[in-house]
Design a protein around this ligand. Structure first.
Ligand code: EPZ
Length: 431
């Protein structure tokens, strides 16, 4: 099995291009199932999760083609992929496929909207928490769907004549359940109002793509979404928004090592809260027309306190990376995780590198240390893996991060991007 080796190499400098967002790319791919016409997605990141979802969609009959670069396009690094769900050939999403990627459960929305039925495996738990599906069930029931759970599968059936518009207030913010409700309601009969909807930029990106497919959605970007159902959607071309989590991750790398790096294509409004926390460490954030410039000079990283929250709060998907930064702060930082109940698994691994972190419930107290030393570490999810890479950038000696497949799920060309700005990082084959 491959691993990644990192050695401390001093301040980073240069430019890192930011890729299209994984967490927008995946639901956009699923949204392509809502029409029988082609949906061309641009700026698609090359990620293991995109490949895995492609296989899952193929199982439902979606044809996927790689298209060439747009003429004259020298700015985007991502691929152009065309998805066409001319005919849905299978309304079952089997366990073998859904268990590999939780987001594939979201096909339940388009399957119900287009075919009136869906049989989708329960996704099960995952390393970062139990991650139930009650919000999906309650939301879909508000659209008239009958749901029965049996033998590990959710069997869902729309009313005769199709989904019915309805009113649903989320008791808790859920990104995935908001995606599914938006997709399903776009093809429902009548109006749907969703309250306490997720406002994450990836939800907005999907909503905007749906509008370009002919959906009638208002309130985009707010917590109340109103959808007037239409009888069919058409094809479109949509460019995936830049990845705010990748942006924040590389920003944390630069804050850790010091230096000066332009994150090309990054959009600050997608991660204001995290940038504020970054500035509190003493790191400079420069807003430039072609991206974000992150720089830090001097030795001191000031301690930080942050709490993960739904957007526009601090994103849970950056918690591990910013905790890694706090391990070297000059003082005590506190990190509170409110989204997932088990997202501190990187703490034990950071401790192997010399970090001083204690956990009390959902709060981690991080006492900065002056020195860390490289070791073999492994991670249980992709963001946790990145926290180890960030610590490895300043730890003495060599850090070996195992289970690299986690990183490949969510970070495009990671070693190339980091070594391009001066990091000493390489992938070694375990065979
Ligand atoms: C999305 O997951 C992201 N995944 C996650 O990114 C991200 O951490 C998460 O949103 C929160 O921002 C994708 O976009 C593919 P949720 P999702 O439903 O939609 C609870 C990464 O590293 N909940 O917003 O699955 C749930 O347990 C990943 O890229 C219910 O209680 O997250 C959690 O505590 C990991 N019942 C909270 O809501 C439900 O029915 C928020 O989860 C659904 C969710």
């Amino acid at each position: 099995m491959d691993s990644i080796l990192i050695r401390a190499a001093g301040p980073l400098s240069g430019t890192i291009p930011i890729s299209g967002a994984k967490n927008a790319a995946l639901p956009l791919m699923i949204a392509s199932m809502l029409t029988d016409e082609p949906v061309l997605l641009e700026n698609m990141p090359r990620l293991a999760d995109v490949e895995a979802l492609t296989a899952i969609l193929s199982n439902h009959g979606v044809d996927v083609q790689v298209r060439g670069k747009r003429e004259g396009d020298s700015t985007t690094t991502g691929r152009r992929l065309e998805f066409r769900a001319k005919t849905i050939v299978d309304t079952t999403a089997p366990y073998e496929l859904v268990r590999k990627m939780r987001a594939s459960f979201w096909v339940i929305g388009p399957l119900l909207a287009r075919c009136g039925v869906a049989k989708v495996s329960l996704p099960g738990g995952c390393a970062i928490g139990t991650r139930p599906i009650d919000l999906f069930i309650d939301g879909l029931e508000a659209l008239g769907v009958e749901i029965d759970i049996d033998a590990g599968y959710v069997n869902a059936k729309a009313p005769a004549g199709g989904l019915k518009g309805g009113h649903f207030t989320f008791p808790k913010v859920s990104v995935g359940a908001t995606h599914v409700m938006l997709m399903a309601a776009s093809l429902a009969n009548g109006q749907t109002v969703i309250e306490n909807a997720a406002r994450e930029p990836e939800v907005t990106d999907v909503a905007e793509c749906l509008v370009s497919m002919g959906a009638k959605i208002s309130g985009i970007g707010t917590s109340t979404l109103t959808i007037d159902g239409v009888s069919s959607l058409h094809g479109t071309t949509h460019s995936v928004l830049p990845d705010r989590i990748e942006t924040g991750t590389f920003a944390a790398c630069v804050a850790m090592t010091g230096g000066d790096v332009l994150l090309a294509g990054a959009r600050p409004e997608l991660l204001r809260n995290a940038l504020d926390v970054l500035e509190a460490t003493g790191t400079q954030v420069g807003y430039e027309s072609d991206g974000l410039r992150i720089s830090r000079s001097g030795d001191r990283i000031a301690p930080i306190d942050f709490t993960t929250e739904p957007f526009p709060g601090f994103p849970t998907d950056l918690q591990a990376q910013f905790m890694a930064l706090a391990t070297r702060a000059d003082g005590v930082s506190t990190v509170k995780e409110t989204i997932f109940e088990n997202r501190f698994m990187h703490v034990q691994e950071l401790a192997r590198l010399g970090a001083d972190i204690s956990i009390d419930g959902q709060t981690a107290t991080v006492t900065g240390v002056k020195r860390m030393s490289g070791a073999q570490v492994m991670a249980t999810d992709l963001r946790a893996s990145m926290s180890l890479v960030i610590a490895g950038l300043v730890a003495d000696g060599e850090t070996q991060v195992n289970r690299v497949y986690h990183l490949d799920r969510g970070f495009e060309l990671l070693e190339e991007k980091l070594s391009g700005v001066g990091a000493d990082i390489e992938r070694v084959s375990g065979d």
